[in-house]
Design a protein around this ligand. Structure first.
Ligand code: EPU
Length: 339
């Protein structure tokens, strides 16, 4: 492992921002990681696929890029397997591995950018499935003590795009591996999400396999979400807000067609994409940044934008939705340094 100085993070963040790390190293083993800690450079910033972070300035200290690899079945049961996956594995490659081996559970999470180690931090989710549904435990190394610790499901306190790693444990750990529980055939399929059932139908598939679902999800995502290799972005920039029923009632009074989904305890989720679109942002370009034309939840860098510009656009969107609907959107993407 070699620590480099003044390294551009352009290839390491999907927003495509040319910001610099004061020190930078790629880690391929736990030993590498401990060697990185022993260098005594502070603060340490752990980077996965760079697909959920917006850097607004150069990064002081040491950036460690997690390259811990490996996919291994560690326990075999009658109907399922437990698979341990290195934190630096690319998420979608793990999904493809699972589908190729006919292990079910992550096919709806196809094509989500980022690494396996980053996936639990925000409890990634799509098309009716969340990481927490297949999660068993994770191993992580404490960036201060260098000690390894296992976090089981309940300790992680997963929520909607949320876990303790976004809260009290933020920035303190390197997730070295994650253990998933995947089903053997026959699988419990999740095709209820409108877009998925429609795509399967238009593909002429009546009784889908997990490979069919994975292909359908790849199709949907590619049609709605910009490819970060072409247009810089971090997927959904905002979370879908959860509000009291009274807020929805007020919105329905003027917009009877407002989409919404019920939550427990009389609360509702309103799609942020819809709120943003209603405020006229969808497809709008501001300098080198913009609100994506096919999914208003996505903020994009058309090339050459700074992190500050992206953040300014996001703030303008937040203010405008708050003025228009009295709902304050929250960023889903991690803004660095934190606001
Ligand atoms: N909508 C609009 N205009 C838009 C976008 C959405 O009106 O421009 C409304 C429509 O009513 C639509 C509804 O929002 O029916 C839901 O849209 P979509 O199915 O595209 O999902 P989303 O709620 O916008 C969430 C996740 C995505 C995930 C999809 C599918 C969040 C923050 N985002 O988006 O996750 O792929 O559901 O499950 O929960 C990500 O986190 O990066 C991400 C892409």
């Amino acid at each position: 492992m070699k620590i480099l100085q003044n390294v551009s993070l352009l290839p390491y963040n999907t927003f495509g921002l040319d910001i610099k790390a004061e020190h930078f190293a790629e880690i391929s083993s736990v030993d590498d990681l401990r060697a990185g800690l022993r260098a005594g450079i502070q603060p340490i910033f752990l980077l996965g696929g760079g697909s959920n972070v917006l850097f607004t300035q150069d990064v002081e200290g040491l950036v460690l890029k997690n390259n811990l690899r490996g996919i291994q079945v560690i326990r075999e049961f009658k109907n399922k397997v437990w698979v341990e996956v290195g934190g630096g594995e690319v998420w979608h490659e793990f999904v493809l591995w699972a589908v190729a081996n006919n292990y079910g559970g992550v096919e709806n999470l196809s094509l989500i950018p980022g690494t396996v180690g980053a996936a639990p931090i925000q409890n990634i989710g799509a098309y009716g499935v969340e990481l927490k549904d297949v999660f068993v435990r994770l191993n992580a190394l404490n960036l201060t003590t260098g000690k390894l610790k296992t976090f089981n499901h309940s300790v992680c306190r997963f929520g909607y795009r949320d876990s303790i790693f976004k809260r009290e444990e933020r920035g303190k750990w390197c997730i070295t591996s994650v253990v998933f529980s995947l089903t053997k055939a026959p699988h419990r399929l999740n095709t209820t999400y409108g877009d998925v059932s429609k795509t399967l139908e238009s593909n002429g598939i009546i009784s889908p396999s997990i490979a069919d679902i994975s292909r359908a999800v790849v199709q949907i995502r590619s049609s709605k979400l910009p490819d970060p290799a072409k247009i810089g972005n971090c997927g959904s920039f905002f979370k879908n807000p959860e509000t009291d029923r009274s807020v929805l009632e007020r919105i329905l009074a003027t917009h009877p067609q407002a989409p919404h989904y019920p939550l427990p305890e009389g609360r509702v989720k309103i799609p942020a994409g819809w709120l943003i679109e209603q405020c006229g942002w969808k497809g709008k370009r501001v300098g080198n940044t913009g609100c994506y034309e096919r999914q208003a939840l996505v903020v994009v860098n058309y090339g050459g934008a700074t992190g500050e510009e992206v953040k300014n656009l996001a703030e303008a969107i937040i203010e405008s939705v708050e003025r228009g609907f009295g709902v304050r959107l929250e960023a889903e993407v991690n803004i660095w340094p934190p606001l």
